[in-house]
Design a protein around this ligand. Structure first.
Ligand SMILES: O=C(O)CCC(=O)C(=O)O
Ligand SMILES: [Fe+2]
Length: 154
């Protein structure tokens, strides 16, 4: 079964923090994230394919959906675990609400058979939730590096 949890994050940015990162560059660890970002205070940046951060300006009444490491592994690399970060742009309160749909806790995560064929060989060794988390937390690998460690050499 897929697990889900919600985070309400309140950033209390002070003047010294302006220009620094509120959340360092990372990929989300689960399958899919639904984000209700602050309606007034920007700062979220998503990395594009050139490695540049594209600001996501506040857009009241919208949700932002992005995919995490589990989606990339399950889709054999077809879906993208987009890197993102939060930059402190001004000394103020910023609130975001994120709902994380995680991977299965008790099952092995591996590419679905539909995504694996002779032109798309399996990219990552199957892994389980606990091993993934141990690597991510103990080595502070929060930007998709755990998947790279699981990459199958072909
Ligand atoms: O606060 C935000 O806008 C994003 C937070 C985030 O990326 C996360 O919690 O994974
Ligand atoms: Fe995130």
């Amino acid at each position: 079964m897929l697990e889900q949890y919600m985070n309400i994050i309140k950033y209390s940015f002070n003047p010294q923090q302006v220009g620094s990162l509120g959340v360092p560059t990372h990929t989300d660890n689960g399958f899919l994230t639904i984000l209700q970002d602050d309606e007034y205070v920007g700062g979220l940046g998503m990395m594009n394919e050139n490695g540049e951060f594209v600001p996501v300006d506040p857009s009241p009444g919208t949700f932002l959906v992005n995919l995490g490491d589990i989606a990339k592994a399950w889709s054999n690399g077809r879906l993208c675990n987009v890197m993102h970060r939060v930059l402190c742009k001004e000394a103020t309160i910023r609130i975001s609400i994120a709902s994380f749909l995680l991977g299965p806790k008790d099952e092995v995560v591996e590419a679905a058979q539909e995504f694996v064929d002779s032109e798309h060989p399996r990219l990552y060794a199957p892994f389980n939730h606990d091993d993934y988390w141990k690597e991510r937390l103990s080595k502070n690998l929060r930007a998709g590096e755990v998947l790279e460690l699981l990459r199958v050499n072909i």
